[in-house]
Design a protein around this ligand. Sequence first.
Ligand code: DGL
Length: 267
Amino acid sequence: MDDRPIGVFDSGFGGLTVAKALIDLLPGEEIVYFGDSARYPYGPRHLDEVRSFSRQITSMLVKRHQVKMVVVGCNTASAAALDLLRFEHDVPLVGVIEPGVRACVAATRNRRVGVIGTVGTVASGAYQRAVYLQRAGVRLHACACPGFVEFVERGETDTEQVHVLSERLLAPVKEAGVDTLLLGCTHYPFLARTIGEVMGRDVVLVSSADETAFEVRAILEETGQVRRSAGKGAHRFVSSGDVGWFREMGSRLLGREVDEVEQWSWA
Ligand code: DGL
């Protein structure tokens, strides 16, 4: 039994899709969510830089917030840093790439799957590696979608511009005939409606959030780290960006009140 919180981080709001899945599946657990909005987006940055941000954030969550586990709720950071973070910390570290691939492989019927993500994630080859390591036996078509994250961070999840951009960016995965599309960026589930319309009804959209939450639950149970205290766990939100904006957008995206947002500065 372990009453310490679970830490979750992302470059901004995207990891809230993972936090939401955790809150739904594990309502008794306490969560500290960190959004590095002051330094978003991570997608276009060099992976070395994303790795160094991820190390800083993970140390902050472990030392300052005493978390019992860290969920890297960001594909770009998972691609850049997960292996190193696992090596550097004693607490369990969970990324979103392996759970996403598992969910996608379970969903496909024609064994042709697409994954969309940031430039950093797609260029890293992390999804191709995960498919190979899971001996998944699927053909993967990876495609970067620069611009999607910026729409989400501005709160524009259903506009004509997002639709036009989606038509253009998703054309290659559509042409590849995939029957399953993995949203390989934690921001993208907020655009699911538009992406679904563009891909068509026959294509199943998969987000890694639920599968990641299942993995977190399995680890907590295996390691005996489930929270002992009865009642709902508290959720804390910390942002390196504008906390007022985080409160407003966070509440909209999470679908529940984000009351308190603490400011964090990297000075
Ligand atoms: N949400 C992130 C991901 O899953 C990163 C988005 C960004 O900062 O570019 O890759």
